[in-house]
Design a protein around this ligand. Structure first.
Ligand code: RIB
Ligand code: CA
Length: 312
């Protein structure tokens, strides 16, 4: 039975890889994409989500635009990493189909209300604003959610967009606090894991060698996406953070983590957005999150990812 998923996303280069990976997975049923302001404004993340589903040859996968700003704070974008339109590096056509007219949160409520208990998985690849709004709008529908897999956070690795915070959590810490405090089964794919799971040196040639539009688009995106990160980290390749969150769903056996308490700092201006991980179980706070610490075989992971992308 394929796992029914909703992808909440701010495409974003690594979001695009995650979406393509999901659409290529026979064991995942993508019910739809909900977009959020994050890497770039929500109008652009929405158009990009449409571009990616059409690139995958799945134009009927619905895309719903969501929150255009965090719950409380001013929007924050990452054009320095993702460029002006968010998935720069390829000559993208305009999307052929528009996004759906319904607001993302309204559609999530309607979809969960029509779903059985614990039957829908949320894969959250950007700031968690939409999911927080969903949980505040219809808390009783939390039991329809099987699990929430988020790309976000950092503890052993520190932060990537602030000294103590990873971008997705930093943009909307209040939303993350609602999601992490929901009591729903939660898996976090933090930069603790992703920053140590870099794409192989041959990744771009491997993608080009697919000889497909998907391969060409992914090669172009990777080339653009890794410039800023390589300069900042002194690396030669970069990890596809969001695609690793999706990969956990497909191949959890390739990852190691620990169930522990994770709380979100929302008050301090110095450490706002920090994910405070009680890795050594020093407190009796609820162990609300499976915190993924590393990937046991990055080469195998990206080999599997390439094989799935080759099917599109
Ligand atoms: O910190 C990495 C995360 O922030 C990824 O989801 C990337 O797409 C950006 O949203
Ligand atoms: Ca993202």
């Amino acid at each position: 039975m394929a796992e029914r998923i909703i992808i909440d996303t701010d495409p974003g280069h690594d979001d695009a890889f995650a979406i393509l990976l999901a659409l290529a997975a026979p064991d995942l049923e993508v019910l739809g994409l909900t977009t959020v302001a994050g890497n770039v404004p929500v109008a652009t993340t929405t158009a990009n989500a449409r571009r990616v589903v059409e690139l995958a040859g799945r134009p009927r996968v619905p895309v719903f635009a969501g929150a255009d700003r965090p719950l409380l704070r001013a929007p924050m974008h990452a054009h320095d990493i993702h460029g002006k339109m968010g998935i720069d590096g390829y000559d993208w056509p305009e999307p052929a189909r528009p996004a759906e007219p319904e607001h993302a949160v309204d559609w999530m409520v309607r979809t969960l209300a029509a779903s059985a208990e614990r039957s829908v998985t949320l894969v959250v690849l950007g700031p968690e604003t939409n999911v927080a709004m969903l949980l505040r709008r219809a808390p009783e529908l939390g039991t329809r959610i099987r699990r929430i897999v988020v790309m976000g956070g950092g503890f052993f690795e520190g932060g990537n967009y602030a000294p103590a915070a990873e971008f997705n959590i930093l943009v909307d810490p209040e939303a993350a606090a609602i999601v992490f405090g929901s009591g729903i089964e939660l898996v976090a794919m933090p930069i603790d894991c992703t920053n140590r799971t870099l794409t192989p040196a041959s990744w771009i040639p491997d993608l080009k060698a697919l000889g497909t539009r998907v391969g060409d688009a992914c090669a172009g995106m990777q080339g653009f996406f890794q410039v800023a990160g390589n300069r900042k980290y002194g690396t030669t390749t970069r990890p596809l953070h969001d695609a690793l969150a999706m990969a956990w769903l497909l191949w959890p056996e390739l990852f190691r983590g620990r169930l522990c308490n994770v709380e979100i700092e929302t008050r301090s201006e110095l450490t706002r957005g920090a994910t405070v991980v009680d890795w050594w179980h020093r407190t009796d706070r609820p162990r609300n999150c499976l915190w993924i610490r590393d990937c046991t075989d990055p080469a195998e992971l990206y080999r599997r990812m390439l094989a799935r992308l080759a099917t599109l």
